[in-house]
Design a protein around this ligand. Structure first.
Ligand code: TXA
Ligand code: MG
Length: 330
């Protein structure tokens, strides 16, 4: 598909049916979810799943999230526990991904789970995602619809900039309400463990199921944690320009990613949230990184300075993405 034409589809029944037919034939279709746009393939078709890695230029060991129509469909493929059921009842459809043991009969391609005995599953809340999964009648494996290491897309424009010509189609799905990826929670070990902060806050998870482990797994090195969830590679959400966090001043060659009142010296500014609302900031984060990246380069600026964002609620996910963007490049 490297020099093919990518169709831009709409939310009509006819276009959704066409998109499902493309998926059924092994094609790749990008579609909106409430978090970010996903790059979808029929999860039961290993060749189609392999095409995802190729289109993204992504390391093959990164396991993908499988998107399901509803809770029953999920638990037909992975093992349910009482905690998993409670979380599913509370947060699905929505931006929570659970890592659970595959059932022996699970028809999802092993490649989708990067060969692991576990599978990452979620039920998305976006109507386009739901209609597409229902039309296909099978789960859809979908990472974020960007080239590997790039910023996650929250619009068709972002998707086309990274993957245009490399995928069969993209569905114009309207805005991504949440704007950061789903929270990934590992339920396959002895206790629930947060692998990636995201659209569902740690506080609300703990309100539903009690304490959730996070940080470095006791007795294991950071390296072991990233192997366990390889998508958590440092330097993962990288704009082209270097980014630094917790800026309290802006240099002449810097653009500003602002949270709350912008720093006085700033010229080019992207405002995450004027009144310091973390949910609004999360929803605008990737938009801001894409925009600043393009605009700052055009204006001859060389860096992005990001103001501090408080580390609670969705601020945890925002800081996680910013620290990856700020990490030294490999
Ligand atoms: O919001 C989202 O989650 C978006 C939309 C499209 O649903 N998808 C997304 O997928 O962000 P992706 O592939 O970019 O991130 C999947 C994350 C990675 O950090 C990966 O390592 C982790 O989930 N993951 C997937 N399967 C896993 C498994 N079996 N065990 C541990 N981590 C897993
Ligand atoms: Mg991603």
């Amino acid at each position: 598909m490297a020099d093919g034409v990518t169709e831009i589809l709409n939310r009509t029944d006819r276009d959704i049916a066409h998109a499902a037919a493309l998926l059924a034939a092994g094609g790749l279709v990008a579609f909106g979810t409430e978090t970010v746009y996903g790059l979808g393939a029929d999860a039961t078709n290993a060749k189609a799943v392999a095409a995802i890695f190729e289109a993204k230029g992504r390391p093959h060991f990164n396991p993908l999230i499988c998107h399901y129509e509803n809770e029953d469909a999920v638990f037909a493929h992975v093992e349910a526990s009482a905690v998993a059921r409670r979380l599913a009842d509370t947060f699905w459809p929505g931006p929570l991904t659970l890592v659970l043991p595959r059932r022996i009969t699970c028809p999802v391609a092993l490649l989708a789970g990067a060969g692991l005995e576990t599978l990452a599953v979620r039920v998305p809340a976006h109507p386009v995602a739901q209609r597409l999964i229902a039309a296909l009648g099978r789960p859809i494996a979908a990472p974020s619809a960007n080239r590997s290491g790039g910023v996650s897309p929250t619009s068709v424009t972002h998707v086309m900039a990274g993957l245009g010509g490399r995928i069969a189609a993209v569905i114009e799905s309207g805005p991504c309400r949440v704007g950061v990826e789903s929270t990934v929670l590992d339920l396959s070990g002895p206790a629930p463990f947060l692998l990636r902060p995201g659209g569902v806050s740690l506080e609300s998870l703990e309100a539903a199921i009690g304490p959730v482990g996070r940080g470095v797994i006791p007795g294991q090195a950071e390296q072991a944690r990233t192997l366990r969830s390889p998508g958590l590679l440092v330097s993962h959400y990288a704009p082209t320009l270097p980014l630094r966090m917790n800026a309290t001043a802006v240099a002449d060659d810097e653009a500003l990613l602002a949270f709350g009142p912008p720093l006085a010296e700033a010229g080019l500014v992207f405002q995450l949230s004027a009144d310091g609302n973390l949910n609004e900031a999360a929803a605008r984060l990737f938009e801001g990184l894409h925009w600043l990246d393009a605009q700052a380069s055009a204006d001859g600026l060389r860096k992005i300075a990001a103001m501090a964002v408080p580390a609670h609620g969705l601020g945890l996910a925002i800081n996680d993405r910013l620290s990856r963007a700020a990490a030294p490049r490999a």
